[in-house]
Write a new protein. Structure first.
Length: 401
C-alpha cells in the first residue's frame, strides 16, 4: 500500500518555512519555561502530598482552592480525575515532610478545610474508619448485646463502611441509605453520633523532596544517556555528522514536547518521562530510515547534487513514514481521548512527540546534512557525505591501486 507513488516534493526548498515553524514553537516553549509557567514538575519530581477526594455533587474548583487558602494550604493544585460525572478531585498540596504524621496532618487539614456542615459533637461518617464506627457502637450498644458485642458491632461497622466505599463510591448522601445494610437500631444510633459531609478523602500519597530531586536527576541522566548512545551508534553505523544531525533533531523534538507541557501547564510526571524516552527512540527510528535511504542513493546517484539525493530519499520513504506514523498516531490519539486522567500526560506527550518526531525527520535532520555539506564546500574542504564504513575503505584501496 502506498499513499504517495512517485512523489516529487521539494522538501529542501521549503527548509526556511520549516525553520520558522520550529523556531516559533521552540522559542515559545523556552519563554514559557523561563518566564511563564516554568517546568511544571509533578509531585514525583518536586515532592508534596496528593489527596484524592470524592464529592457527592459536582465540585467547585474555585471554592475548593479558596477553602485550601483559608486553611493555610496555599498554591494547592486542583485537578479533576476519573470518569466524567464521578465528582473526583485530586488536591496537590506542598507538604514537604515524609512522616506518617505528615500524611495524617495533610488529610486532617483538607478535611477541616472542606467541612461546611461540621457538627462539633458528631463525627463525619463519610470520613470515618471501620474502627471509629465500631468503637462508637460499642460505646452506645444500641442492640444491648452481651459477650459477643465486639464481634457483632465489628461486623456491622464493616458492612456500613463496605457499602459506603464499594457500593456508593466512598460517599453517602443520607444515613437512610444504610437501611437494609445494618440493623435499624444501629442506623438510628448512628444518626445521634454521626453527620454526613458532601465529600470523602479516598487516599493520601506523599513524595518527599529528596526523593523528588533524585527522580529528577535520574530522568535527566536517562535522557542524556539515550542521546549519547544514539550519537555513538549513528557515528559508527554511518558518519559522525549523521549522529550529530539525529541528536539535534531529537533535542528539537524533546524541547518542543516539554515546551508544550509548559505552555499548557500540564504536569510532567514519571510516565511523561517514559513517553519522552519512547518518542526519542521513535523519532530516531524514522530518522535512521531516511538516512539509510540517503546512504543507498549516494552510491547510485554519485554525480547528482546532494540536495537532490536527499529530496529523492525523503520522497521514496514518504509513504512508509506516513503509514507508520499515521497508525501509531491514531493509537496514541485514542489513548489520549479515552485513556483516562492517569494516562493523560503520557498520551499527550506521545501525541505531540509523534507529530513533531515525524516532521523533524523530514524537515530538520535531512536539511542539517545538506547544510553541513554546503558549509564544507564553502570552506574548500572535502565532502563527507559518502557511503560509510568498510565501503569507504574499499574505495580508498581501489583508488590507490
Amino acid at each position: 500500500m502506498e499513499f504517495f507513488r512517485n512523489a516529487n516534493i521539494d522538501f529542501l526548498g521549503k527548509k526556511w518555512y520549516f525553520l520558522a515553524f520550529s523556531l516559533l514553537f521552540s522559542v515559545a516553549g523556552v519563554l514559557s519555561m523561563l518566564f511563564w509557567h516554568g517546568i511544571p514538575y509533578g509531585v514525583d519530581f518536586r515532592g508534596g502530598t496528593l489527596v484524592y477526594v470524592k464529592f457527592v455533587q459536582t465540585p467547585d474548583d474555585n471554592g475548593i482552592r479558596a477553602a485550601m487558602d483559608r486553611a493555610g494550604l496555599h498554591n494547592a493544585r486542583i485537578q479533576r480525575y476519573g470518569q466524567p460525572g464521578s465528582n473526583e478531585v485530586l488536591i496537590d498540596v506542598s507538604e514537604k515532610e515524609t512522616s506518617e504524621q505528615a500524611l495524617d496532618r495533610s488529610k486532617i487539614q483538607i478535611i477541616n478545610a472542606l467541612e461546611t456542615s461540621a457538627s462539633p459533637d458528631k463525627a463525619d461518617l463519610n470520613n470515618s474508619s471501620v474502627l471509629t464506627v465500631k468503637n462508637y457502637l460499642l460505646q452506645k450498644d444500641p442492640l444491648h448485646l452481651g459477650t459477643d458485642a465486639d464481634q457483632r458491632y465489628g461486623a456491622q461497622a464493616q458492612a456500613i463502611v463496605d457499602y459506603r466505599d464499594k457500593t456508593k463510591g466512598g460517599v453517602l448522601s443520607s444515613l437512610d441509605e444504610l437501611k437494609g445494610v445494618a440493623d435499624p437500631a444501629v442506623v438510628a444510633s448512628l444518626k445521634d453520633g454521626f453527620f454526613l459531609s458532601d465529600f470523602a478523602v479516598r487516599n493520601v500519597e506523599i513524595v518527599g523532596p529528596q526523593v523528588g530531586a533524585q527522580l529528577r536527576r535520574q530522568a535527566l541522566l536517562a535522557t542524556a544517556y539515550s542521546l549519547a548512545g544514539m550519537l555513538v551508534y549513528l557515528a559508527v553505523r554511518f558518519e559522525w555528522i549523521y549522529g550529530v544531525a539525529a541528536v539535534i533533531t531529537v533535542f528539537h523534538d524533546t524541547l518542543i514536547t516539554v515546551g508544550a507541557f509548559s505552555l499548557t501547564n500540564k504536569e510532567i510526571s514519571l510516565t511523561v518521562i517514559a513517553a519522552i524516552l519512547t518518542l526519542i527512540g521513535y523519532s530516531n527510528n524514522d530518522t535512521i530510515v531516511v538516512f539509510d535511504r540517503i546512504r543507498e542513493n549516494l552510491k547510485l546517484m554519485r554525480r547528482e547534487k546532494l540536495s537532490d539525493i536527499v529530496n529523492r530519499s525523503i520522497n521514496q520513504t514518504l509513504s512508509r513514514t506516513i503509514l507508520t506514523a499515521g497508525l501509531t498516531f491514531l493509537t496514541v490519539l485514542a489513548l489520549f481521548l479515552f485513556g483516562g486522567e492517569v494516562l493523560h500526560g503520557f498520551s499527550f506527550a506521545l501525541v505531540i512527540g509523534i507529530l513533531i518526531g515525524t516532521y523533524s525527520s523530514i524537515a530538520i535532520a535531512a536539511p542539517i546534512l545538506v547544510a553541513y555539506q554546503d558549509w564544507r564546500a564553502a570552506q574548500g574542504k572535502k565532502p563527507v557525505m559518502v557511503p560509510a564504513g568498510k565501503e569507504n575503505r574499499r574505495e580508498k584501496v581501489k583508488a590507490k591501486a
